[in-house]
Design a protein around this ligand. Structure first.
Ligand code: SF4
Length: 124
């Protein structure tokens, strides 16, 4: 038995509304996408959804008490919360360069967490 799911492609600002046909957990057809990237997104979103993680970690000696961080690549959606909790256990020390790796291979998922901005040392 097949089912259909409506979803919006988020790959580009066009935001195409797509209809995916799913049979036995597999996407068998996608309509409404303007380009092939939409079909690929629908396939991923239905079978193994992923999300970018943006968060903060504590930083000592910096201009601000928190350092914004981001995942270098999307993470499995069902692991994003666990990754965010793990980041709460991390404290780094200023200075930090933009793009510096803050957590390598978070929770063994093969994705690094990096600083999304630089943070200088707080001048006394
Ligand atoms: S299907 Fe293609 S054109 Fe439409 S939103 Fe996705 S990437 Fe953009």
């Amino acid at each position: 038995m097949s089912e259909t799911k409506i979803l919006n492609c988020i790959v580009c600002p066009m935001g195409c509304e797509m209809t995916a046909t799913i049979e036995g957990g597999t996407v068998t057809n996608v309509t409404g996408n303007t380009c092939p990237r939409g079909a690929k997104y629908a396939q991923e979103e239905i079978t193994a959804p992923k999300r970018m993680l943006t968060s903060t970690v504590r930083i000592t000696g910096g201009l601000l008490p928190l350092l914004p961080v981001v995942s270098k690549n999307p993470l499995p959606k069902d692991k994003v919360l666990a990754c965010a909790e793990h980041l709460r256990t991390i404290t780094v020390e200023a200075p930090i360069a933009e793009g510096a790796t803050i957590c390598e291979n978070i929770l063994g998922l093969g994705v690094d967490i990096v600083a999304s901005r630089a943070m200088d040392v707080h001048a006394e």
